[in-house]
Write a protein that binds this ligand. Structure first.
Ligand SMILES: *[C@@H]1O[C@H](CO)[C@@H](O)[C@H](O)[C@H]1NC(C)=O
Ligand SMILES: *[C@@H]1O[C@H](CO)[C@@H](O)[C@H](O)[C@H]1NC(C)=O
Ligand SMILES: *[C@@H]1O[C@H](CO)[C@@H](O)[C@H](O)[C@H]1NC(C)=O
Ligand SMILES: *[C@@H]1O[C@H](CO)[C@@H](O)[C@H](O)[C@H]1NC(C)=O
Ligand SMILES: *[C@@H]1O[C@H](CO)[C@@H](O)[C@H](O)[C@H]1NC(C)=O
Ligand SMILES: *[C@@H]1O[C@H](CO)[C@@H](O)[C@H](O)[C@H]1NC(C)=O
Ligand SMILES: *[C@@H]1O[C@H](CO)[C@@H](O)[C@H](O)[C@H]1NC(C)=O
Ligand SMILES: *[C@@H]1O[C@H](CO)[C@@H](O)[C@H](O)[C@H]1NC(C)=O
Ligand SMILES: *[C@@H]1O[C@H](CO)[C@@H](O)[C@H](O)[C@H]1NC(C)=O
Ligand SMILES: *[C@@H]1O[C@H](CO)[C@@H](O)[C@H](O)[C@H]1NC(C)=O
Ligand SMILES: *[C@@H]1O[C@H](CO)[C@@H](O)[C@H](O)[C@H]1NC(C)=O
Length: 448
């Protein structure tokens, strides 16, 4: 009997230590690890400028117009602010989840088993600078910190939990630390943490492949989301100064702009803004920048650096967001990098070097460990633009961005106000576009 327990424990340890392989642990190993692994639920109460809790719930692969036509999503939008100009950053799924945690896709153009090296920091490191608790809730992950590629429904064999939809799991800087890995837990832990009042201040929530529309459709997923959210909207503990971003990983039509239907709900949304729209240009990188600006955290020095900040927060810091002319912006593709396999991007073995010196939108410099790790190295890109640009490969170099001069009396250390600027190297040909007014940009956003 003792030997059996020892074997089971060894299997459990092995299952957890299994980081460097795409092979699936055996079901017996999963069961053993599930029996012994306890989720980690750190808590904190660090006040933010616009919210004290920031959660995201991502559904899958739906075009903006399709989502906008769904009555349950319309109802959710009526409970908060609809973001009409929010974009995913590439295709397919995994690089978008990757971007939301670490501020880059690293050229990823596929859904493979990737491990981002431990010298790449994530939003978790930003939050840790002020001991702001964080976690993830991944529906049907078999146990906290599970690193397998997928976990299927054991009765129907339908795909259920998938690692590619789990942002922090892709990063060795998170999963090589057992405590951090166990902050990535299941929906059972969400309801336990809710009951115990042990919810973290930052969380990423991924419903399973049925509920998130991946293997169903928007009607099914929106019904799920409304039902899940409406219970929480009535929960005072959950709602207290909370913002929940309800969005999608990407759109479904690859030649479109990748605009995705996104809603902010929660107790931190002022009543007079419920049922309103915000037309500011945002991307998945804006989630990191907004969290940094809200809690006074540094930047990763990647695409979060120049990302626009949710108006809810920008209004408090005085940061002036950019308006972006969508004509030549390609957020449906990505640029070469070490995680490309040639589907939509070229492979390049070079891991991008983040900025170590830059004025980022959040206004609190760059994370110390990033400055230390990449000291003296030239940043791979101009990370202060509000969307990814790769001038070597002529990616997003001909996009016009404008900025309304700020007449606000609030001042910050954020980037200086630029009235009109170009995102990349090729300055010559777009003079007419540079005169595009904010109103025209807004009108354009409605037309696409
Ligand atoms: C992962 O998915 C494959 C293919 O659908 C399936 O055969 C396998 O059983 C799944 N693994 C687990 C642990 O559910
Ligand atoms: C996804 O979760 C729901 C409950 O939220 C469950 O009914 C469904 O069977 C799950 N999907 C799979 C593939 O197991
Ligand atoms: C692992 O993560 C925990 C929680 O974030 C932290 O307290 C601890 O210092 C980390 N351990 C190592 C070895 O980095
Ligand atoms: C949406 O998905 C659900 C669940 O798979 C299915 O029952 C329903 O028929 C689908 N609706 C449409 C319009 O395809
Ligand atoms: C991205 O969108 C542009 C413009 O609509 C289109 O020309 C291009 O083919 C799309 N890229 C992919 C990979 O679909
Ligand atoms: C931000 O400030 C502008 C100008 O005062 C206002 O119109 C807008 O509603 C505010 N937005 C939010 C989300 O607070
Ligand atoms: C950041 O902004 C300050 C003040 O505007 C400026 O002096 C400094 O050169 C800027 N740093 C970089 C790296 O752009
Ligand atoms: C970061 O790690 C990658 C992969 O191990 C390595 O190729 C790269 O040189 C490292 N970067 C720095 C600045 O140490
Ligand atoms: C900024 O300008 C707008 C439009 O001209 C005006 O409505 C607003 O009152 C001004 N705000 C301040 C703080 O001067
Ligand atoms: C980087 O991008 C910002 C924003 O577009 C721009 O103001 C700045 O001039 C660019 N820097 C360089 C060195 O091209
Ligand atoms: C930049 O885009 C404009 C239209 O938006 C086009 O007329 C011009 O030729 C483009 N320039 C380059 C260098 O691609």
């Amino acid at each position: 009997m003792k030997a059996t327990i020892a074997t089971l424990l060894a299997a459990a340890v092995m299952a957890r230590a299994q980081v460097a392989t795409t092979s699936e642990p055996a079901l017996t190993q999963i069961a053993a690890a599930a029996a012994t692994t306890k989720p980690e639920s750190p808590i904190s109460d660090v006040k933010g400028l616009a919210f004290d809790r920031f959660y995201q719930v991502w559904l899958e692969n739906i075009d903006y117009e399709v989502a906008a036509a769904d009555s349950n999503l319309q109802w959710l939008a009526s409970q908060g602010i609809l973001l009409t100009n929010y974009y995913a950053v590439t295709h397919p799924s995994e690089p978008n989840y990757c971007a939301a945690a670490g501020g880059d896709t690293f050229g990823m153009d596929n859904d493979h088993y990737h491990q981002v090296p431990a010298n790449v920091s994530t939003v978790a490191d930003l939050l840790d600078t002020k001991d702001i608790s964080w976690g993830e809730y991944q529906e049907d992950i078999p146990y906290a910190g599970f690193q397998g590629f997928n976990y299927s429904n054991q009765e129907t064999h339908a795909k259920d939990y998938v690692r590619k939809h789990n942002p922090l799991m892709l990063y060795d800087s998170v999963v090589k630390n057992d405590t951090r890995a166990r902050q990535v837990k299941g929906f059972d832990a969400f309801f336990a943490d809710l009951d115990d009042k042990k919810l973290p201040q930052w969380a990423f929530i991924t419903p399973n492949m049925t509920n998130d529309a991946h293997d169903t459709n928007i009607t099914f997923a929106a019904k799920w989301e409304r039902s899940w959210m409406s219970t929480l909207l009535k929960n005072d503990y959950f709602m207290d100064n909370t913002v929940v971003l309800l969005t999608f990983d990407e759109d479904d039509t690859y030649h479109k702009t990748n605009r995705i239907f996104s809603i902010l709900v929660g107790g931190a949304i002022p009543d007079h803004l419920k049922g309103t729209k915000d037309d500011t240009f945002y991307t998945h990188y804006s989630t990191i920048a907004s969290v940094s600006a809200n809690w006074g955290l540094p930047s990763l020095g990647r695409w979060d650096c120049g990302a626009n900040i949710l108006e809810l927060v920008a209004n408090k810091t005085g940061y002036v967001n950019y308006e972006v002319d969508m004509t030549n912006l390609r957020l449906n593709e990505t640029y070469p990098g070490p995680m490309a396999d040639g589907h939509y991007a070229k492979f390049s073995p070079v891991w991008p070097i983040p900025a170590t010196e830059a004025n980022c939108s959040a206004g609190h410099g760059i994370l110390d460990i990033v400055k230390k790790t990449y000291a003296g190295l030239q940043a791979s890109h101009n990370y202060t633009t509000p969307f990814p640009v790769d001038s070597k490969n002529d990616y997003n170099t001909n996009v016009t961005i404008t900025r309304k001069p700020s007449n606000s009396t609030t001042t910050t250390s954020a980037a200086p106000s630029v009235h009109t600027t170009k995102s990349g190297a090729a300055v010559a040909a777009t003079a007419p576009n540079m005169a595009m007014t904010g109103a025209m940009v807004a009108l354009f956003a409605y037309l696409i």
